[in-house]
Design a protein around this ligand. Sequence first.
Ligand SMILES: [Ca+2]
Ligand SMILES: [Ca+2]
Ligand SMILES: [Ca+2]
Length: 363
Amino acid sequence: MSLHRIPNLITSRGIALGSALLLCSAIGLARPPESFALVFQNESTEPTETIPPDFPYWDHVTQRRYGGPTVIYLGGGWALTARHVGYGEIILGGMPTPPERGIRHTLLNPDGTIADAVVFPLKQGYPLPDLPLLPIATRAPQTGDEILMIGFGRLRGDPIEWGAPGNRKTALGWTENGEKRWGTNRVVDAEKWLRQNNYRTVSFTTHFDMVGDENSTAHEASATIGDSGGAIFIKQDGQWLLVGLINSIGTTIAKPSQSTATGDITYSTDLTHYRSEILHWTRPDCANEVDDDGDGLIDYPEDPKCENPEDPNERPEARMSTEWRTWGWAVVPLIVGSLAIAWGRQRQRTLNTPDSMSSLSAR
Ligand SMILES: [Ca+2]
Ligand SMILES: [Ca+2]
Ligand SMILES: [Ca+2]
């Protein structure tokens, strides 16, 4: 797995985070992880359930093939991950599934700059899991909101100690390999710009707080290598919704590379800002939240021309067009075949007639 360059972060806390980044660079994190499972403070804060209770979208979170970083399956044959993770084969329903060659859409900001997020379709003809379209939040996460994180990154390894006697510091090392895990945290900064290389991404942050801290959550977690592209879910009005995409990590102290310390920051794309573009690329007409045929009725089930949410056409003429494309190829050979048979029979009769006539004449 290649490594990702240090993120150059600009947020409303620019000075504080800028300092954090300088520290990263100064301590040998000049090539921080391209992709970051989750680290927990200790065993007591690790969730005991494999799947979060009352959570319906666990199987939507998957990973690139060969133990790669995290990818979110949006349903309908489309995947979402961080742009620096990139498109490629993913594991779906336990099977490697290739992308549709050459098709991917990096998400854009209103000024045309690119965000660290990409959607891509999976190759047609490969079996897709029977998973629903993943709902994406419309309300941006706010400071204090509790979120659910899911990723395939590395786990908490042995503690690392450093520093002079009397000034010893500790961090949590990482395991060699990643694993799919879930954890929790709370939003600190919302709707801030994250600048990494040539990416500019509307993001939110979470901090890795000590057990007992008022900002600590029940399963307080921080991202690591392999969590890039990971999913952040939020419960709004009783519904679980996809709200974020894990992009990067930062720290506020000088510490060994490949470790997590209290106060470390996880940066995630605020997907509410890219929602309409995601829907535009990845959703069928009958689930794209647009009135495609202008009749004032939007999508299934409001527009009766939609047969289900997966229906690709809200417009009847488009459906006819699609049906023609689908069935036309089957009908054309039938027509051509029938004409060929008719012509053949006619030709046979024409060839037979003189013999018959000559036969008759001979009598
Ligand atoms: Ca926290
Ligand atoms: Ca529509
Ligand atoms: Ca309509």
